[in-house]
Ligand binder design. Structure first.
Ligand code: SAM
Ligand code: 2KA
Ligand code: SF4
Ligand code: MG
Length: 274
């Protein structure tokens, strides 16, 4: 199946392009979001790992990591359109104080702002999982920023097997062009409580992380402590994590950064809605 570009063409109104996305179900409400899945689980990653949370996963992404563990929000997006009230009702049906807005890239959708405002009004703690290429003004309690390294680029050798070859080639170029935007990253760390969560495979990723941190520390008006930096092993399955996690834990100790597990993968492997 050809890779769908309909959720995220270039331009300002990237979220709007999801309106005619492949795999779409339901009418698009004015305040709606394309929802890939909405579920209750434990936060598996980062400084809040282990906290019971409702996850809202929007569809559509402006990048294409070859390893994306949410293939059906990026390479082959599917979703149902849900209105703001429907999303809130679903969230409120779970007994949780924490909501994690993720994707795909949730900040391509301007409607994510209204959702975050409504959650803030209701007293929820909100985490936004973002690739750090888009800034929006919204009540975000924790910006969980995962800047994408060169090792995430879907080169011909690394593109997912299901991806159309020509599309993958086009995405490799676009991914490489767009994956780091220093000004946007600086805006996010200045405006929000944040964590910088890098997906790491091995020591080859470290020079790029160190360079990026040095540049960001230069540009940003707020301190970025080593404590704000988390290394997360690449792996969407238990089998893959078994190959990467010890190496990444050793790198965290060597560089004085935090290590974050992927608790949900340990607990439930790659099952959907976990
Ligand atoms: C699916 S992404 C959605 C949010 C946003 N697009 C981003 O990349 O941060 C959620 C988190 O999963 C991470 N992730 C995706 N695939 C992964 C993999 N194969 N191994 C480890 N982490 C992965 C991302 O880096 C990000 O921190
Ligand atoms: N349990 C669990 N924790 C997570 N933390 C970040 C996730 C994400 O996909 O953004 C995620 C996820 O998919 N599941
Ligand atoms: S930026 Fe996030 S959602 Fe987009 S392809 Fe990469 S990991 Fe997947
Ligand atoms: Mg996930």
């Amino acid at each position: 199946m050809p890779v769908s570009d309909s959720v995220d063409r270039d331009g300002e109104d990237e979220g709007a392009d999801a309106r005619d996305g492949a795999g779409t179900r339901g009418e698009r409400p004015d305040d709606g979001l394309p929802i890939n899945e909405l579920f209750y689980s434990l936060q598996g990653e980062g400084t809040l790992a282990g906290v019971p949370s409702v996850f809202v996963r929007t569809s559509g992404c402006n990048l294409r990591c070859w390893f994306c563990d949410s293939y059906h929000t990026s390479w082959e997006p599917t979703h149902a359109w849900l209105g703001l009230e429907e999303i809130l009702a679903e969230i409120e049906s779970h007994d949780a104080d924490h909501v994690v807005l993720t994707g795909g890239e949730p900040l391509i959708h301007e409607e994510s702002v209204a959702l975050l405002e409504a959650l803030d009004d209701r007293g929820y703690h909100t985490t936004v999982e973002t690739n750090g290429t888009i800034h929006r003004d919204a009540p975000i309690d924790l910006a969980s920023i995962s800047p994408k390294l060169e090792s995430s680029t879907p080169t011909p050798e690394r593109a997912p097997a299901d991806a159309d070859e020509a599309d993958a080639e086009r995405w490799a170029e676009r991914h490489e062009r767009d994956r780091i935007d220093l000004e946007t990253l600086a805006g996010l760390v200045e405006d929000y409580e944040f964590q910088l969560k890098f997906v790491v495979t091995d020591g080859d990723d470290m020079p790029e992380i160190l360079d990026l941190l040095a540049e960001l520390r230069d540009v940003a008006d707020v301190p970025i402590r080593d404590d704000d930096v988390l290394l997360m092993p690449e792996g969407a399955t238990r089998e893959r994590l078994a190959e990467t996690r010890t190496r990444v834990a050793d790198l965290a100790m060597e560089h004085g950064f935090r290590y974050t597990p992927r608790l949900h993968v340990d607990l439930w492997n790659d099952a959907p809605e976990t």
